[in-house]
Structure formats: structure tokens, C-alpha cells
Design a protein around this ligand. Structure first.
Ligand code: BG6
Length: 301
């Protein structure tokens, strides 16, 4: 649907509009000083900035907004496999919904200061030769003083299905050298930059000093990014998500990614919530699985 038609059907005066970006359409939320943006392709949130705050979500200045291309930044939705497909080596990384068209179902301001969008994607016929299951997913995003996102996956097959998933959130930080992550102490992680070895996270706050690509398993409900330069704490809470993934490509890999580049990577860290590797979801026929993340920002006093 065109931006114009979406605005006519779903627009909310003074709160929600739709704008074309090349061949794509972006929902733009602006309410009481809070801003948010979401591309309908991939249902990808690309911006959230509570009133009086710096942006909390990072989107690369070199991101490519084009049909069939995933956004470098924001919150790409990873489903139904995370990273390379363990059973199908030829499959593209991170599944197939992050650059697929999603349908806007609903837009509302049900609570003061909040705008909620609900989008869906449905595969009656197989969407991918690598994962031919019928399913429907509904993604609900509430932009407000906090950011809440929920991915609900419904199994429409007549048998159990298995999948991985992640809300691949890129957070904006002052400088990767000035941030630490807490909340993962004592958990086991798969270190993808060290031969997928399994390691135990120690109790010190995590400070990255080089490329990091870690799948933490069985993680607690809350993780926190402390940003000593911007004097803020990003508090990430999750439900229905057993894994947390921490990723930053660092100098060389970032420079080789044309949609990221040599400079921007120092201003981001991915702390993703999901169910990956050992935490893969098994969902009974007709069942629904919900994965939620809530992001809040606090000042460090
Ligand atoms: C992370 C993975 O979640 O996403 C990394 O753990 C991967 O291995 C990164 O490199 C980015 O993936 P992509 O497909 O968006 O370049």
C-alpha cells in the first residue's frame, strides 16, 4: 500500500504519518516530544527517541533502504533461524522475514503518550524452501516513554515446528569504549569469534575490546547497557526469550560492510533478545509463542 493510502487508513493526526522512502514506506511517530520510526518492510523499527533523550536505537548512516534488503540497524526481526541455518547451509543468514513485506493491521493511541502499531506476516504457502512451515506472526510495537515490542508466532502446521528468533536490536551509544553490559554474569555463551567455544561469563561488567559475537544461553530477564559518556543506562527487559546475543563487528569487519562502514560502528552495540541455538523454540501444532522486549532509559546520577 502506498504511503498516501496508509496515511488515509491508519494515520493519526499529530501522532502518526507515513512517508515514502524510495520504494519503501516508513511509519513516522511523533508525540509529545517522543519520536519513532518503523519500516513496513521487515516491520523494522529504525528510530526511537523518548522526549529529551538522544536516540536510543541506532540505524547506520549507510543503511540501504530497498526492497528485499535488510536494514543495517534498528530492530530487524530474525526468524525462523538465527545466523547461518544449522540444518541448511545454503540458506541466507538470519531467516527470511527481516526483508519481507509485512501488513499493517492496526494503529492506535490507546494510552496517553503512546502509539501502538501491529503488523503481521502470514505464510499459507511455504515462504522459503529452507523452512517450508505455514505460520502467522504478529508484531506489536508501542512507542512511548518506553519502547515495547512483541513477536507472537502462531504454528499453522498440523505438527510441531521448531524455530529460532531474535529481536536484533542495535542500540545507540556514545562510544563503544565507554559502555559496559551487565546482567549476564554466570551464564554460558557460545563465542562465535573463538571457534564457537562455550564459555562462562564472569561477574565483571562486559566491556568489549574487539569483535564480539556471543550467544548467551538461559539468560536472566534483564540486561543493562551503561553508557558512562552519555550518563545513561539502557534497561532491556525480556519475556519468552531465553537467549541474549551481544554483537559488535569492530574495525575490520565494520569497514568491510558497505552499509555500516569504517566510522559508525563505534556508536552501536547489539544486545539482542531471542531464542537461539540450544534455546530454539518447539511449538506444538496450533500453538502460539510470544517473545517480548521492553526498553527504558535512565539517567546515571
Ligand atoms: C549477529 C550475529 O546477531 O548478527 C552475527 O550473531 C552477524 O554473526 C550479525 O554477523 C549481523 O548479521 P547480518 O546478517 O545482519 O550482517
Amino acid at each position: 500500500m502506498s504511503a498516501e493510502k496508509l496515511a488515509a487508513e491508519f494515520g493519526i493526526r499529530g501522532a502518526l504519518d507515513f512517508v515514502p522512502v524510495g520504494d519503501l514506506v516508513k511509519a513516522v511517530v511523533s508525540l509529545d516530544g517522543m519520536q519513532g520510526e518503523l519500516f513496513l518492510q521487515g516491520a523494522t523499527v529504525t528510530h526511537w527517541q523518548p522526549k529529551g533523550e538522544r536516540p536510543v536505537i541506532f540505524t547506520s548512516p549507510n543503511a540501504i533502504f530497498a526492497p528485499g534488503t535488510a536494514v543495517r540497524g534498528g530492530i530487524p526481526i530474525i526468524f525462523p533461524w538465527f545466523g547461518p541455518n544449522r540444518r541448511e547451509p545454503k540458506a541466507p543468514q538470519h531467516g527470511f522475514v527481516r526483508a519481507a513485506p509485512w501488513q499493517l493491521e492496526r494503529a492506535e493511541t490507546s494510552r496517553p503518550g503512546e502509539v501502538t502499531l501491529a503488523l503481521s506476516i502470514e505464510a499459507k504457502e511455504p515462504m522459503s524452501p529452507f523452512w517450508p512451515e505455514p505460520f502467522r506472526a504478529v508484531y506489536t510495537v508501542t512507542f512511548g516513554p518506553t519502547l515495547s515490542v512483541t513477536l507472537a508466532v502462531q504454528n499453522r502446521a498440523g505438527h510441531e515446528i521448531m524455530f529460532e528468533e531474535a529481536l536484533h536490536t542495535y542500540f545507540a551509544v556514545s562510544d563503544i569504549a565507554k559502555v559496559s553490559v551487565t546482567g549476564l554474569a554466570g551464564t554460558t555463551y557460545i563465542d562465535k569469534v573463538d571457534g564457537a567455544q562455550r564459555k562462562t561469563q564472569d561477574t565483571a561488567p562486559i566491556k568489549l575490546t574487539g569483535e564480539a559475537d556471543r550467544v548467551y544461553l538461559g539468560t536472566p530477564r534483564q540486561a543493562v547497557i551503561e553508557d558512562s559518556e552519555w550518563r545513561r543506562r539502557i534497561v532491556i527487559e525480556k519475556d519468552g526469550a531465553a537467549s541474549t546475543i551481544v554483537w559488535n563487528p569492530w574495525t575490520e569487519k565494520a569497514a568491510a560492510m558497505k552499509d555500516l562502514g569504517a566510522d559508525a560502528w563505534t556508536g552501536m552495540i547489539c544486545v539482542e533478545t531471542g531464542n537461539a541455538a540450544d534455546n530454539e523454540v518447539r511449538l506444538a501444532a496450533g500453538g502460539e509463542h510470544r517473545l517480548s522486549t521492553r526498553v527504558a532509559v535512565d539517567a546515571i546520577k
